[in-house]
Ligand binder design. Structure first.
Ligand code: GLU
Length: 496
């Protein structure tokens, strides 16, 4: 069998959509699984809408996701010569013809069809113009388009889609479609088929919205004498109200750049996207790159549309909760070395990095990551929620202060006493700190929960977090004592 060659062919007219990224991922997986080639082709022939910025965003998004391409990026706009040659060949072989019908004429016919409640289809007026009729029109410089001549016979285009199964489209239902505009520009439909041939594409894996083009493209392939590739159309991803997900409606959450910005682990996003429309027979959820390459098959792609479970403006979730929990699971599963690498970059960009975390404080750094990682959802959380572990300059959550530090008037006194007790400890470890708190509670006759919650908020500014004594070990004695005193000052000042 020929080597598998697949392509991702985005039009650079905007951002890299997560649906597009999913299509790219499926192509990449298929290429890697079959030891084939993954080709990147930028379909930039729409010069008005294509932008350099969009090309940059697509390339950086794919790179960030780790979807490395083997060939390209090729630019469709650089191959217009090929597309025009193909149009010429179609004309010469009688598979296409020049059509001089004016827009006004066509609009009038369309309107009549609408009135009669019939589907409009080009009626083939220019199909059989004689060479003389054509040359008269050309001498008059009448504008013309080139139309593909759909076969007259009773037959149909039949193909086996690897996701949707056998698809048949009758010739009578395919109008003589335009392949070259009157301004001399080839249509995308033709350019894409010609480029697929140039790039020796064996499998076209693309969005289900391309399904309508496939019969026409197969006609083009056949007319040019090319064997059509295998097609696999990937179902769409819709929102909970069954509408397409878009930036206009849902905001940045549909862009790959958003997940980078939010501190996602690239492979966690790939894993989430893979399962959005593809499943394995055993319903497994977590796949390493190698495992997913091994498990992936076109047949596992769902025919039904998948649901991106996100409500714009949802205050509780910044994206589909499944994506968040997938990322959180990755954070807890990564090797400590991998995690440390990602967190290092994050802390660097937040100005919280200390080179000692790679040197004499390496053990402390790794222990701290182990301590906090199970509660964090994104890498960004390490510099926000995790900030109190890496800096003294952190904020106290208002609710936590209210709930845990201002709950009892006497806490000011209790925390001062505890700070003294801690200061006097010779060894500051899990055991001694726990004993100090228990003793204090017994002496004062207060419940341990009151003190434990207050101390957690005093040293981290938060009300939730890891076990208190582990937190205290991560902070160390001096920091703990300082922060207890600082918390006392905070409540004293606020109570004045
Ligand atoms: N440029 C097309 C798009 O972005 C690609 C369609 C295809 O893969 O054939 O929708």
């Amino acid at each position: 069998m020929d080597q598998v060659r697949v392509r991702f062919a985005p039009s650079p007219t905007g951002y890299l959509h997560i649906g597009g990224a999913r299509t790219a991922l499926y192509n990449w997986l298929y290429a890697r699984k079959h030891k084939g080639r993954f080709i990147l082709r930028i379909e930039d022939t729409d010069t008005e809408r294509s932008t350099e910025e969009s090309i940059r965003e697509i390339l950086s998004g794919l790179t960030w996701l780790g979807l490395d391409w083997d060939e390209g990026p090729f630019f469709q706009s650089e191959r217009i010569g090929n597309h025009l040659d193909a149009v010429q060949k179609l004309l010469e072989t009688g598979h296409a013809y020049k059509c001089f019908c004016t827009r006004e004429e066509l609009d009038a016919k369309r309107k009549t069809a609408q009135k009669e409640k019939q589907d409009y289809k080009y009626d083939g007026t220019c199909r059989n113009l004689s060479p003389d009729e054509i040359s008269i029109r050309e001498q008059n410089a009448s504008p013309c388009v080139v139309r593909f001549k759909t076969p007259d016979e009773d037959g149909s285009v039949v193909f086996q889609d690897r996701v949707y199964g056998l698809i048949e489209k009758k010739y009578v239902d395919i109008e003589d479609f335009v392949v070259l505009r009157s301004d001399g520009k080839p249509l995308y439909l033709l350019s894409s088929a010609v480029d697929d041939k140039t790039d020796k594409i064996t499998h076209v894996i693309r969005g289900q919205d391309g399904l309508g083009n496939t019969p026409k493209q197969i006609l083009i392939y056949n007319a040019l004498g090319y064997a059509p590739p295998v097609f696999a159309h990937v179902s769409l991803t819709l929102d909970t109200k069954k509408a397409k997900i878009s930036k206009r409606k849902h905001g940045e959450v549909v862009t790959v750049a958003y997940y980078k910005e939010k501190g996602f682990i690239p492979w966690a996003l790939c894993n989430f996207l893979a399962l959005l429309g593809w499943s394995n027979s055993d319903d497994r959820e977590f796949f390493s790159r190698e495992e997913l390459i091994e498990a992936f098959s076109l047949e596992g792609i769902a025919r039904h549309n998948s649901v991106f479970n996100y409500q714009p403006g949802d205050p509780k979730n910044f994206t589909d909760p499944k994506a968040i929990s997938m990322n959180a699971r990755y954070i807890s599963m990564l090797s400590i070395d991998e995690l440390a690498g990602l967190v290092r970059e994050e802390l660097r960009s937040a100005d919280l990095w200390d080179d000692a975390y790679c040197g004499e404080k390496k053990q402390w750094f790794e222990n701290t990551l182990e301590l906090i990682r199970t509660r964090l959802h994104t890498i960004r959380d390490f510099s926000s929620k995790g900030r109190p572990y890496f800096s003294d300059d952190f904020t106290y959550e208002e609710n936590a202060v209210k709930k845990n530090l201002k709950k009892d008037q006497n806490l000011k006194q209790y925390l001062t006493t505890l700070a003294d007790c801690f200061e006097k400890l010779d060894t500051f470890d899990l055991h001694s700190t726990e004993n100090a708190i228990r003793d204090l509670c017994e002496n004062l006759g207060v419940k341990p929960g009151l003190i434990i919650n207050a101390v957690r908020t005093a040293v981290t500014g938060q009300s939730a977090g890891p076990g208190l004594f582990e937190i205290l070990m991560a902070m160390g004695k001096d920091k703990t004592v300082d922060r207890l005193k600082k918390a006392v000052d905070l409540i004293s000042n606020e109570q004045v």
